[in-house]
Structure formats: structure tokens, C-alpha cells
Design a protein around this ligand. Structure first.
Ligand code: F0G
Length: 432
């Protein structure tokens, strides 16, 4: 076998055909550890470049294009793929100017099949469910994971089960989980409690857990880094900026970047900047005290995707920050919504949590952490249609405690040419 599960703390190893999420010796989080000597011999930039644009399964996926680095041994017949990935990396000159750097790119993970980066993890997770022969998969979710799980479970013909908190689920996400046919359960508890519940019931009911505590999910999400750097013609940016909730993405990015470096795909590491909402910032608080004191918290933010007070991947995110000499920043709901309005107005669009990336870059430039000449990649994690309520409320000025700095009002006109001409000539049509 070219991969084993290994505890990040005590390095105890487990075979990949065991249903296990954390170390049974010390409780630590598990990594899927690959044979690095084999990878060094096998993987080249040319190999991955030769698969660009292929129609052949599974290499047509922006995850499985990098199969050797994701799950080398897996039988392609078991791979559950839509296919995902192959998302755009947008150069954003107008937003570069706004944040104050010369080169800003936005990697749009909202362009995945169900509209978020979760699909890259779910293809890994559902594939492993097939390997293990599991008949039920479940997750707790702030919304996107459930939409993705529901779709991928349906696609592979097994039962998907999703646990929501009973309020503050963005409409787009809830409607996806319902539409794709998952067993949807509302619970009067927050995300953090629901995640505990999923983990508790899974063993009793023979369910496979597909939250980001599952190492196979993180292997899939690693591909965001490989694909981004391939799109940059293997040139390494100075910064990767990503929103942080349950900290699965940050953890996956750290692992992926380090492995790329270790096998010689890249010659240096970018720094990771993890951005949290001020009302859901346990990592940021721990970062402020040098990670000597970590305190879970009650979370609250308009960016409901990252309304998480006790991120399960905290230790792996700290490790990713250490590996990449990274930083953590926080942004207010006001900054998130204004940044979102500007991303939306480029014609790209994203959901609120994603806009942490842009708001975070701006703050880090203002603080002198990111220098104007540095190249920055911001990750947009979810599609603009995920949370239409937040978008409309912002532009209508209906959000509590948020002043809409970049509103785009909806006009009314009479059904006459004169009335329409009046509105069109008066409206400020200059893009933000
Ligand atoms: N952005 C979006 C749009 C998300 O849905 C999430 C997480 C994150 C950022 C944070 O990513 O957890 O890897 O740090 N959403 C999860 C969910 C928790 O249930 O959909 P993370």
C-alpha cells in the first residue's frame, strides 16, 4: 500500500481499510500519509500538465488529476466524481487596487458542481465510503457540506444524512440538501454540538462521518493548492488567503503545500493567512497568545458558513501555520459584506464567508503584513447563490448594524420608454 492513516501526534499508524477518524491510542487527528519516496519518483509537473483538458475519467476531475498525491492506491472504479475542481483563477486588477497589492488572484471554489469547495473533499470522502462498503454517510453542517454530501451520496446511490442547526441555514444550501434527497434533520443545537452528535451516532448506526475530521476529505481539498499553483504555471505566490471555520481547508492547504515542496513540485512555500469572522474567531484568539491558550466560544456572524466556535481541525491548522510561517486575522461582518459587494460587482460573486479572503487581504496590507509587491491568491469558497437573503438584505440596507457601503438598489419604472430612460440615465452604472 502506498498510503496509511497516521496520527499527527503519536504517529501510530492504521491501515486505510479501517473505519477510523481519530487515533485510538491518543485521540489525535489522523493524516493520510503517502509514500513520499514513491511520490518523488512518480510525480512531475509534466505528468499533471499532460492531463490538463483530458476527457478521461478520473483525470478530468481537478481533484483526481493529482491522484498520485490524493489517494494513489484507490481503484478508479470506486471513485465517486462529478467531476469537481477545474475552477477558475481570476486575476482581479480592480480589486488588487482596492486592497493595495500589485497582483491579486481569486480562486473561485464556488464554481464546483454544488457551488462550494466541499465537493473536492466529498469526492475523497464518498470514494472512501465505497472502498469501505459503507451504506450511510452523514455530516453536521453550516450548509455547504450538507449540500455537497447530499449530492455525492445521491450520485453514488447511498443514503446521505445531514444535521443542521435549526436556524441560520442559508436558503440555497438547505434547498440543495432537500432537493438531492438527503435525510435532513434540524436540531436545536449549534454546529459544534451537531458535530459531536454525528460522531457519537456514527458507530452505533454504522454511518460513515464525512465532516472534515475525515482525512479523506482533506486529501481532496488539498487539490485546491495543487491546481492553483499549476494554473500559475508552477510559480508560487507569496500568500494564500483563506476563510477559516472548522479549519479543514487551512489544514488541507498546509499538508498539500508541504507535500508539494517535499516532492519537488515547488521550490518554496507560500504563507497561509487564515481569516476568521470577528464573532467566530477561536483560532485568531489563540494566535494572539502564541497558541498557549485555546478557548472554544459561542459563535455569531452573518457569514453563517463559518459560524463555528470549536473547530475540529484546530491542531492541524496550527501545524499548517507553523509550516508556512502563516498568520491569522479577523474581520468584522461589516468588512465581510462590503468586500462581498465588491467581489459580486466584478461579476464573479460569492457568499459572505468567502469574502473574508478579500477583507482579510485588505486588512493585512493595511497592517503591513502583506507587502504591496507580493502576489496574493484569495480563495472564494462558495457561490453567490448560496445565500441570496444576505445579498438582498445588504443592498436594501436591511441588515442590523451594517451600513451598506456599496449598495446596488433595485429601481422601479413605469412601463414606458420615458420612465425607463429616466431610470437608466440617472442610475450610476459605473462598476464598483
Ligand atoms: N467558506 C464556506 C463557504 C464554507 O461553507 C465553510 C465551511 C468555510 C468557508 C470554512 O471552511 O471549515 O474548512 O475552515 N463550511 C462547513 C459546512 C463548516 O458545514 O458547510 P473550513
Amino acid at each position: 500500500m502506498l498510503s496509511v492513516l497516521e496520527c499527527m501526534n503519536c504517529h501510530h499508524q492504521y491501515p486505510v481499510d479501517q473505519v477510523i477518524y481519530t487515533c485510538s491510542t491518543c485521540g489525535g487527528l489522523l493524516d493520510l500519509k503517502h509514500d513520499m519516496d514513491w511520490l518523488r519518483k512518480t510525480v512531475t509537473r509534466e505528468l499533471f500538465d499532460s492531463r490538463l483538458g483530458t476527457l478521461d475519467f478520473p483525470y478530468n476531475s481537478g481533484v483526481w488529476r493529482y491522484k498520485e498525491m490524493i489517494y494513489p492506491d484507490v481503484d478508479p472504479a470506486l471513485i465517486v466524481s462529478r467531476p469537481e475542481g477545474n475552477t477558475n483563477l481570476y486575476p482581479s486588477p480592480r480589486l488588487s487596487k482596492w486592497v493595495g497589492v500589485e497582483k491579486l488572484y481569486l480562486k473561485h471554489e464556488g464554481e464546483n458542481p454544488t457551488g462550494s469547495f466541499k465537493d473536492r473533499g466529498m469526492t475523497g470522502g464518498l470514494t472512501q465510503a465505497q472502498v469501505l462498503g459503507m451504506k450511510k454517510v452523514a455530516c453536521a453542517s453550516t450548509g455547504n457540506t450538507s449540500a455537497s454530501l447530499a449530492a455525492y451520496a445521491a450520485w453514488s446511490g447511498i443514503q446521505g444524512i445531514v444535521l443542521f442547526q435549526n436556524k441560520q441555514i442559508a436558503l440555497g444550501k438547505l434547498s440543495q440538501a432537500v432537493a438531492y434527497g438527503a435525510t435532513c434533520i434540524r436540531i436545536a443545537a449549534d454546529f459544534d454540538r451537531n458535530l459531536e452528535l454525528v460522531r457519537e451516532i456514527s458507530e452505533k448506526l454504522g454511518i460513515y462521518v464525512l465532516n472534515s475530521v475525515n482525512p479523506f476529505r482533506l486529501e481532496g481539498q488539498k487539490s485546491i493548492m495543487i491546481e492553483t499553483i499549476q494554473q500559475l504555471r508552477w510559480q508560487v505566490p507569496d500568500w494564500i488567503v483563506v476563510p477559516g471555520g472548522n479549519l479543514g481547508n487551512s489544514s488541507a492547504f498546509g499538508k498539500g503545500l508541504r507535500e508539494m515542496y517535499e516532492i519537488g513540485l515547488i521550490d518554496r512555500l507560500p504563507s497561509l493567512a487564515i481569516i476568521q469572522a470577528e464573532g467566530a474567531n477561536p483560532l485568531y484568539r489563540a494566535y494572539q497568545n502564541g497558541f498557549t491558550d485555546y478557548q472554544p466560544m459561542e459563535a455569531d456572524t452573518i457569514a453563517t458558513a463559518i459560524k463555528i466556535g470549536n473547530p475540529v481541525n484546530y491542531p492541524k491548522a496550527v501545524r499548517a501555520l507553523q509550516w508556512t510561517e502563516g498568520v491569522v486575522e479577523q474581520v468584522t461582518d461589516q468588512q465581510i459584506m462590503d468586500a462581498k459587494a465588491l467581489i459580486d460587482a466584478q461579476g464573479i460573486g460569492c457568499e459572505p464567508a468567502s469574502a473574508c479572503s478579500l477583507a482579510g487581504v485588505k486588512k493585512l496590507v493595511e497592517n503591513g503584513v502583506i507587502k504591496p509587491h507580493e502576489t496574493v491568491v484569495g480563495i472564494l469558497t462558495g457561490h453567490v447563490l448560496k445565500d441570496p437573503d444576505a445579498t438582498i438584505a445588504y443592498h436594501e440596507g436591511l441588515l442590523d448594524d451594517i451600513e451598506s457601503a456599496f449598495p446596488n438598489r433595485v429601481f422601479a419604472a413605469k412601463p414606458t420608454v420615458e420612465s425607463l430612460a429616466e431610470v437608466i440615465n440617472d442610475a450610476n452604472l459605473t462598476p464598483a
